[in-house]
Design a protein around this ligand. Structure first.
Ligand SMILES: *Cc1c(COP(=O)(O)O)cnc(C)c1O
Length: 414
């Protein structure tokens, strides 16, 4: 980074401080990960200079021979990794990708079913103030109060009553397996298009650690930067039948020139995800999440749905008498990063909800395993149960840093 250092000290120093933060702290935000150095090289490459509106072989600008090669490789790898009929690797990120899917397959005002935001859905699954909620008539299903899980019989009743044109499944804060086949059966019963948003779990699905919706669902969207561990971005997989509509909606429907440097990074990440080491990685993500969940339970934490089948844990802190925001901010001071989160049927506001959301993709990339999960659970418990004791916090911060420096972050040398 010597060029940035010479030219722009303000940005340089902020990046250096961020490097230190990433290296010395524990990253438990379940949507975050550390991408490989190879992926970062692609994202920082000269490919950022190119304009390539259109698709391979059908571009609106000249000079595309290398860009076409890269995008075609990315498409082929995406299809192979997930067994998909068609792949569009151009979406800038998850939210624009979902918007493209809706734009491709719905008319404004159509009825869509998605999981309620405070029950684990994403903003683009029908939050009234989001584009999705403004442009379409979203009917929202919920999780059960007692179990924290989706009751498929209730989903079916809601579908029969509302006759949606599309059903969206796949979530942002739901720790359990998703019954893709049942969603598909319900959608078929009412003639709805099925959309799976596997942004959080794509890496686990690619590795065979969670069931894939690709064989059943019409359209599957994923971000590439969460458990899939690629660059920031997204892709859309679909049945051949929808390929043309999806491609047209991404470009020229919603986007202009694709980000070719990021597409190169996606191609590299897809190849990495096909390696045996990635399968081991995904297995360990789940083991770590399960172990962390069990350890938190031993410390008296109340977990939504009682645990996890995935990389993600949602804890309700009501019984600990510490609000989510204070927990997040205090844990930040010791170098443990996670996010405050609403829990289903939350009585508090989204800006200061009752829960916290944690996940293991990032710590697992660093090579942390079950013994480290035990230490993490113990630190979280000590911080939460001594929420105002800054002396204890300072001590924990040192312990966290000491452990973290034994587990390097790709691309960071301290
Ligand atoms: C992260 C996420 C998205 C959005 O991704 P961005 O890249 O942040 O726009 C969409 N859907 C789900 C379920 C997600 O978890």
């Amino acid at each position: 980074m010597s060029k940035i250092q010479d030219q722009d000290p303000a940005i340089y120093q902020a990046i250096e401080r961020e490097k230190r933060r990433q290296a010395e702290g524990i990253e438990l935000i379940p949507s975050e990960n550390y991408t490989s150095e190879a992926v970062m090289e692609a994202c920082g490459s000269i490919l950022t200079n190119k304009y390539s509106e259109g698709y391979p072989g059908k571009r609106y600008y000249g000079g595309q021979e290398n860009i076409d090669t890269i995008e075609n490789i990315a498409i082929e790898r995406a299809k192979k990794l997930f067994g998909a009929e068609h792949a569009n690797v151009q979406p800038y990120s998850g939210s624009p990708a979902n918007t493209a899917i809706y734009f491709a397959l719905l008319q404004f005002g159509d009825t869509v079913m998605g999981l309620k935001l405070d029950h684990g859905g994403h903003i683009t699954h029908g939050l009234p103030i989001s584009f999705s909620g403004r442009a379409y008539r979203f009917v929202q299903y919920e999780v059960e109060k007692e179990t924290g899980r989706i009751n498929m019989e209730k989903v079916r009743e809601l579908a029969l009553a509302n006759k949606p044109k599309m059903i969206v499944a796949g979530f942002t804060a739901y720790p359990r397996d998703i019954e893709w086949k049942k969603f598909k059966e319900i959608a078929d019963e009412v003639g709805a298009i099925t959309v799976a948003d596997i942004s959080h779990t794509a890496g686990l699905i690619a590795a065979g650690e969670l069931e894939s919706p690709v064989p059943y669902f019409d359209v599957v969207m994923t971000t590439t930067h969460k458990t899939l561990r690629g660059p920031r971005g997204a892709m859309i997989l679909c049945k051949q039948k929808y390929a043309q509509a999806i491609d047209k909606a991404v470009f020229p429907g919603l986007q202009g020139g694709p980000h070719d440097h990021i597409i190169a990074g996606k191609a590299i990440a897809f190849e990495e995800a096909m390696q045996p080491a990635f399968k081991e990685y995904a297995k360990q993500i789940k083991k770590n999440a399960n172990h962390l969940a069990e350890e938190l339970k031993k410390h008296g934490f109340n977990l939504v749905s009682g645990g996890t089948d995935t990389h993600l844990i949602l804890a309700d802190l009501t019984s600990k008498n510490v609000p989510g925001k204070q927990a997040q901010n205090t844990l930040d001071t010791v170098g443990i990063t996670l996010n405050k989160n609403t829990v289903p049927f939350d009585t508090r506001s989204p800006m200061d909800p009752s829960g916290i959301r944690l996940g293991t993709p990032a710590v697992t990339t660093r090579g942390m395993k079950e013994p480290e999960m035990e230490r993490i659970a113990d630190w979280i418990d000590r911080v939460i149960s001594s929420i105002n004791d800054t002396a204890i916090h300072a001590k924990i911060k040192e312990e966290v840093k000491e452990m973290c420096l034994k587990f390097p972050v790709p691309g960071i040398k301290i």
